[in-house]
Ligand binder design. Structure first.
Ligand code: SF4
Length: 290
């Protein structure tokens, strides 16, 4: 059986940067905490915990003093910075520069739009760390849209500034945009609407869709390696499955099932932007033994 690992899969530069920052801090610090899982991949988290990284929750963070805390690539709510200042916590800020730029754009948009009684709308996953940080730029006034049913929350007679979480589906974003435009047009036949739509989905995610589609189409079977709690992972797994129905999700070698490979000659191993390359290579080696 021929087994090939997708060279385009694996951590995006934002996650690589956060992990490198954590490793270099762990080399010089006695203790380093990380606010939330540094990456949505349990196995990589365990590896970093083995080097001394301690994952903490927001509740734990609020009670801590005089220590070092790493901010992961998703970015943080402004309150996190205030709490750190108040509790003498040194923040090691590994927020992805793309997310920081988006936070800044939303903050500027919010300060402008509130003068004309407008609304900031964010297309993203309610409760996701990145979205919490983005909504924090708007004094929690942003309207969060995850799917079509949430569109009832928007007042179409008022100005709108629309942004997206960086890891959302571009196609679904375009669909949501088309419905918003349609609702504005129904309300306002002259089509004089004050709406600005920002293209804020990360290029790293957008490119991955085409790359996965191509990769999934050239192998008999695809083994997609990802943590089930990775939103990017579940999205890309769905893309792969839509192209190649013999796509299987595994988080590690233990999830591999022998009967998946019966009668097939070529296997492609790929993963999400939160999947470490070393893990995909480990899974590929295990498949080679089969
Ligand atoms: S997906 Fe893009 S925005 Fe998100 S952490 Fe990676 S590089 Fe940054």
């Amino acid at each position: 059986m021929k087994v090939v690992v997708d060279k385009n899969s694996g951590f995006c530069f934002g996650v690589v940067r956060a992990i490198n920052t954590a490793e270099s801090e762990l080399n010089k610090s006695v203790e380093l905490f990380c606010l939330g899982e540094i990456v949505h991949n349990g196995i990589e988290v365990k590896r970093l915990e083995g080097l001394g990284l301690k994952i903490i929750t927001n509740d734990e963070f609020r009670k801590m003093h005089d220590c070092k805390v790493l901010i992961r690539a998703h970015g943080e709510h402004p309150n996190t910075y205030l709490i750190a200042k108040h509790n003498n916590i040194e923040l090691i800020d590994a927020s992805c520069p793309v997310v920081l730029k988006l936070q800044e754009r939303i903050k500027i948009g919010y300060n402008e739009i509130k003068k004309s009684n407008g609304q900031i709308v964010i297309f993203g996953k309610l409760g996701h760390a990145e979205v919490i940080g983005l909504a924090g730029q708007t004094n929690e006034e942003a309207i969060i849209i995850t799917n079509e049913s949430d569109l009832e929350k928007i007042d179409y007679s008022r100005p709108i500034r629309l942004f997206s979480q960086t890891t959302m589906s571009k196609d679904y974003y375009n669909y949501i945009v088309s419905i918003i435009k349609q609702r504005i047009a129904e309300l306002n036949p002259d089509n004089i609407a004050d709406i600005i739509i920002y293209d804020t989905i990360c290029g790293r995610v957008t490119n991955r869709v085409q790359q996965i589609e191509k990769f999934a189409s050239i192998f008999d079977i695809i083994i997609f390696v990802s943590g089930k709690n990775s939103s990017n992972g579940m999205f890309l797994f769905g893309i792969s499955k839509s192209i190649n129905k013999n796509t299987h999700l595994v988080s590690d070698c233990a999830d591999l099932q022998m009967d998946w490979f019966n009668g097939f000659k070529t296997v492609g191993v790929c993963g999400a932007t939160s999947t470490p390359m070393w893990l995909m290579e480990k899974v590929a080696k295990e498949i080679e033994k089969i």
